[in-house]
Design a protein around this ligand. Structure first.
Ligand SMILES: Nc1ncnc2c1ncn2[C@@H]1O[C@H](COP(=O)(O)OP(=O)(O)OP(=O)(O)O)[C@@H](O)[C@H]1O
Ligand SMILES: [Mg+2]
Length: 320
């Protein structure tokens, strides 16, 4: 075992595809062999195009989806096969912040009861102690007490996100998986929300997995980054190393597609075209080869195993 607080090994999550009469005709390989180690205090970024399996990975770690294969460890304990009681015990220390914060809040409940709920389920605090804890968390996420008496639809998207975060933090977690924490927010609010994450991380000694398709967010927040393509991590390493010298053709394309100031895109090296292939019908060999200019016969035949180059691990037959 490693010193990691959270690890996965060859994690797979395949969803059935059903045809007529509910017969299983195939599977969507949403997560297809993901291994990583997360050290305490780190911020690990997970980046990749829409549909590459980022949310499925986060939800499976949280126990929302059952893995098809592979293993998940949290604080040295195997959690993918844990009993419901053992999982509940873990859940307060390992939290997942939903991609859509509105959806994680019950529209019929005011913010106050929504914040009490996790403490009632997981904690043994009395009402006064819960009020006290919630008050201090609200202050930490920058929301006034008066919001406790409002419904989710009465507050803004940025505030909903703060409430979602407050809900998680009441349980004093150790690791928080943040799924697209800035999507749907305008740029000025994004910056404040990111500053808040940094502040909370220091204050509560949190470790983050930050899921985002926004490379600028990843670059500003993460110590390490894992690039996902169709259910796999194709490249991973320290953020600075990856941004300085991406080795995988997919990462190079993603980086080349970052919008520049003024909206102009850098087109040099940008060869990524079209949509990724269907996750239910993956190409043979390297799954990126259908969009890769470097692809050869070898790429069609053999799935490249990850290999280490400098501080980076890259799954490509012809890395840069
Ligand atoms: N419950 C489910 N049942 C069947 N297929 C699913 C389910 N959840 C996700 N998928 C499929 O798994 C794949 C990965 O989806 P996922 O939501 O993890 O992608 P993502 O990387 O989070 O995308 P986005 O950036 O758009 O949020 C997609 O092809 C999706 O359609
Ligand atoms: Mg997602």
């Amino acid at each position: 075992m490693t010193s990691a607080v959270l690890s996965t090994r060859e994690l797979k999550v395949h969803f059935p595809v059903r045809g007529a009469f509910g017969r299983r005709t195939g599977s969507i390989k949403a997560v297809d062999g993901v291994s990583f180690d997360l050290e305490a205090g780190e911020v690990l970024g997970i980046v990749g195009e829409s549909g590459c399996g980022k949310s499925t990975l986060g939800k499976t770690i949280m126990g929302i989806h059952q893995p098809t294969a592979g293993a998940i460890w949290f604080e040295g304990q195997r959690i993918d096969r844990a009993s419901p009681a053992a999982r509940r015990a873990v859940r307060s220390r390992l939290q997942y912040a939903y991609q859509d914060p509105g959806a994680s809040l019950d529209p019929r409940w005011k913010i106050g009861p929504s914040l009490h709920e996790p403490l009632v389920i997981h904690g043994d605090l009395d009402r006064a102690a819960r009020d006290e804890r919630i008050k201090s968390i609200l202050e930490a996420v920058g929301l006034p007490d008066t919001h406790l008496d409002l419904y989710p639809h009465e507050i803004s998207g940025g505030q909903q996100r703060r409430v979602g975060l407050a809900r998680i933090l009441t349980l004093h977690p150790k690791v928080v998986i943040l799924d697209e924490p800035t999507s749907g927010l305008d740029v000025s609010v994004q910056a404040t929300v990111l500053a808040l994450f940094r502040d909370l991380r220091a204050r509560f000694e949190l470790t983050y997995v930050l899921i985002s398709h926004d490379l600028a967010v990843i670059r500003s927040m993460c110590s390490r980054v894992a690039v996902m393509y169709l259910g796999r991590i194709v490249e991973t390493g320290p953020t600075a190393a990856i941004f300085d010298r991406p080795r995988h053709p997919y990462t190079r394309s993603l980086l080349a597609a970052i919008p520049k100031i003024g909206g102009a895109r850098v087109t040099r090296d940008f060869w990524l075209q079209g949509e990724p292939p269907d996750a239910a019908n993956l190409p043979s060999g390297c799954r990126f080869r259908t969009r890769c200019l470097k692809a050869t016969d070898l790429c069609a035949r053999e799935d490249p195993a990850p290999r280490a180059i400098a501080h980076i691990s890259v799954a490509c037959h012809f890395p840069d």
